[in-house]
Design a protein around this ligand. Structure first.
Ligand SMILES: C[S@@+](CC[C@H](N)C(=O)[O-])C[C@H]1O[C@@H](n2cnc3c(N)ncnc32)[C@H](O)[C@@H]1O
Length: 386
């Protein structure tokens, strides 16, 4: 296999593919192209590692090993056998195959996984003349996906998903996935240097993701990736790349990121996460109902993930809270406000139509990301649009 010229695929949550494609293009992968479930781009193995280190909004980075139409188990066996596994798998490796099938003739995921495994082992037996595969060595996560009868086999470079930045070890009631929080930061009108405040910050995910961005901290900077254990991994170049990435991190850039929550336990967790991200003196947190919040900065962005009120009894209290968010915005005329909510009545309860709205998924929950721009930003927005 030519590790200098690979087809790579950054997987992304449904509705976030376009954002990840733009992120990859900013990283220099000009041919990054969004598809259902992710973004295809080309590069070397080191490029794949760079994507693991730096992507804020993607879930995983994979090497695409092959794609082929498969209508039967025999097709799948032949397709899997055609991949040159012997050129990159260690013979004592653990070949862990995960699978998903959708809208295809082959729909039994477990059967497809077994067939792939059998085809890999048979090919290795044939090519390497070995009989025993102890599966005690390096894990090689292999992904099989079949969509509309097209099978794709990939080798995972990431290991545990990219949202595992390492700072979140305690979950609150309804924490936001780190990658989605990074998307909200990206979609909001907030830009580094401006004040950002989350008035119902829960365990602090939005604040930490904004602080990472403001300080030029690559989200994968302090964690390892599956590919680093692969025998063909360019260790020295990757160490240099990681060192360069670390040297770009400048926490002194973080100046005005803060949050509050009504729940003291949530703030306790947020403080732990902020400390685990080594940001404890840089992000300020307080226990406070947003109804009492008054900030002194003349302009900035409120960015939040308020409760959605999925249960009937909660609906009323959420509607009240959304109205209080409107009051909060009225008390801060130079500020913009963005909120993600699955509640279709959000704007009605808030009491005003949003200036911008975008459909997003929080896991499987369909949500709207609503933006209320400050008058100043609104003028600029219309001016730019015009
Ligand atoms: C969906 S959670 C936020 C989760 C957060 N994004 C995270 O990643 O952990 C909503 C938060 O709103 C808080 N909340 C509810 N009512 C509030 C109020 N009146 N003032 C401030 N916070 C409130 C809850 O305590 C909860 O932590």
């Amino acid at each position: 296999m030519d590790f200098q010229s690979l087809t790579l695929f950054a997987t992304a949550a449904f509705s976030l593919e376009g954002l990840v494609a733009a992120e990859l293009r900013r990283l220099g992968f000009e041919n990054a192209k969004a598809e259902l479930g992710g973004v295809r781009f080309t590069g070397s193995l080191l490029d794949g590692f760079l994507a693991c280190l730096r992507l804020r909004m993607a879930d995983r980075v994979l090497i695409v090993l092959g794609e082929r139409q498969c209508l039967s188990f025999e097709d799948l066996f032949q397709f899997t056998s055609s991949v040159p596994w012997e050129s990159f798998l260690s013979l004592d490796g653990q070949y862990n195959i995960s699978g998903k099938c959708a809208r295809s003739q082959l729909m039994s995921v477990s059967d497809c996984q077994s067939i792939c495994k059998k085809a890999i082992i048979e090919r290795l037996r044939r090519q390497k003349k070995v009989q025993i595969f102890p599966e005690t060595g390096v894990p090689f996560p292999i992904h099989l996906s079949i969509h509309e009868n097209k099978a794709r086999l990939c080798l995972d470079l990431t290991g545990p998903a990219l949202n595992r930045r390492g700072y979140r070890t305690w979950n609150g009631e309804a924490p936001l996935r780190e990658t989605l929080a990074a998307c909200l930061v990206e979609l909001s009108p907030w830009r580094p240097g401006m004040p950002l405040h989350d008035p119902c910050c829960g365990t602090g995910t939005i604040l930490i993701e904004a602080a990472f961005r403001e300080s030029h901290r690559a989200p994968g900077m302090s964690r390892s990736f599956a590919c680093e254990a692969y025998p063909f991994f360019p260790v020295k170049e990757a160490q240099e790349l990681r060192a360069r990435t670390i040297s770009e991190y400048d926490p002194s850039r973080i100046t005005q990121i803060s949050g509050n929550d009504i729940d003291p336990q949530a703030i306790e967790l947020a403080k732990r996460h902020v400390a685990q991200a080594s940001l404890d003196t840089l992000v300020s947190l307080s226990v406070l109902p947003l109804e009492q919040l008054q900030l002194s900065a003349p302009e900035g962005v409120f960015l939040c993930n308020p409760p959605y009120g999925e249960r009937i009894g909660d609906k009323k209290s959420c509607a009240k809270l959304y109205r209080h968010l409107h009051d909060l915005l009225d008390r801060h005329p130079g500020w913009s406000l963005c909120a993600i909510s699955s509640d279709p009545d959000f704007e009605h309860a808030f009491g005003k139509r949003a200036d911008k709205r975008r459909r997003l998924y929080n896991g499987r929950i369909e949500c709207q990301f609503l933006t209320y721009l400050s008058d100043d930003k609104k003028n600029r927005y219309h001016w730019n649009k015009g």
